[in-house]
Design a protein around this ligand. Structure first.
Ligand code: GUN
Length: 282
């Protein structure tokens, strides 16, 4: 069996068209959804990510501001900038690109962002809302993974999902979203012995550990949905995920590529969250 590809670019295009329509409807009511993106330091990968986020806003009728600061920016100054953006009515979403420099406490940064503007869904309030079944802003990457799973048309009720990774940004919220969709969920991570013993039972595998070839063909149940969140480089410097794509696509029923899978969906769901925040502020 050769898996069907879940095309993150095509799905994004569809969702972004809807984002454009919703942004236009807001504009007609006098509101332009606004996203502030803050980058502290000069990590090249982070610089690319934030540029893509700002570009996506511009392409879909959202207002965006990019604030770049030197890696030496004192934590207090960053918190003061966030406070100013919290009070700015033209800004509906605030995102501080992670990781922040070592002298800055990411928990303090996340806590400083107004709950209503937490478009990353990283705050204790947003995480708690997800855990307790309240509506709220969902972290963009797992939210995008859910949209990709939904696009297969397969109902998760009665299905077993295995999440590999336990980060606050992907693994943990991913597990909660799958649970909310009635899947039976197992969370594995970098310290799980015999990972294949778990993944071979899974109807859905979400790989988010950041280590290439974590999931290989022999670890996948025939017909499974395989979602690859990884962003790694192979020996030739080419972007690759956590899944051995060439091998696994011969076993899985559905698979996401890297690049062109989860990456574009993350940005798309950030746009959706920014719109949701702007609509809620009306
Ligand atoms: N760094 C890597 N992914 C993300 C993300 O989704 N949001 C933020 N703020 N930082 C990140």
């Amino acid at each position: 069996m050769t898996a069907q590809i879940i095309d993150g670019v095509a799905l994004s295009k569809h969702i972004r068209a809807e984002v454009g329509r919703r942004a236009a409807a807001l504009a007609a009511r006098g509101t332009t959804p606004g996203l502030a993106v803050i980058l502290v330091g000069d990590d090249p990968a982070s610089a690319v990510y934030v540029r893509n986020k700002v570009k996506a806003c511009q392409e879909h009728g959202l207002h965006s501001v990019l604030e770049k600061y030197d890696a030496t920016l004192p934590e207090a100054d960053l918190l003061a900038r966030i406070a100013a953006l919290n009070a700015d009515p033209a800004i509906h979403g605030i995102l501080v690109q992670m990781p922040v420099p070592r002298h800055v406490d990411p928990h303090k940064v996340i806590a400083a962002i107004a709950t209503s503007k937490d478009v990353d869904g990283f705050s204790v309030h947003s995480a708690g809302a997800l855990m307790t079944g309240l509506s709220g802003l969902r972290p963009a990457t797992p939210y995008g993974c859910m949209k990709m799973i939904e696009s297969t048309g397969i109902d998760l009720k009665g299905k077993h999902a295995v999440v590999i990774g336990r980060s606050n940004t992907v693994g943990k919220p991913m597990a909660l979203l799958l649970l909310q969709a009635n899947a039976t969920v197992t969370v594995c991570h970098s310290g799980t012995p015999d990972l294949g013993q778990f993944t071979r039972q899974a109807d859905v595998v979400v790989a988010a550990v950041g280590r290439r070839n974590t999931v290989t063909a022999g670890m996948v149940k025939p017909g499974a949905i395989v979602i690859d969140v990884g962003m790694n480089r192979n020996d030739e410097g080419k972007l690759c995920g956590d899944v051995d794509f060439a091998g696994v696509r011969e076993v899985a029923g559905w698979i996401t590529p890297v690049p062109g899978g989860v990456g574009p969906m993350t940005i798309t769901m950030l746009l959706v969250n920014t719109l949701q925040a702007a609509e809620a502020a009306l």
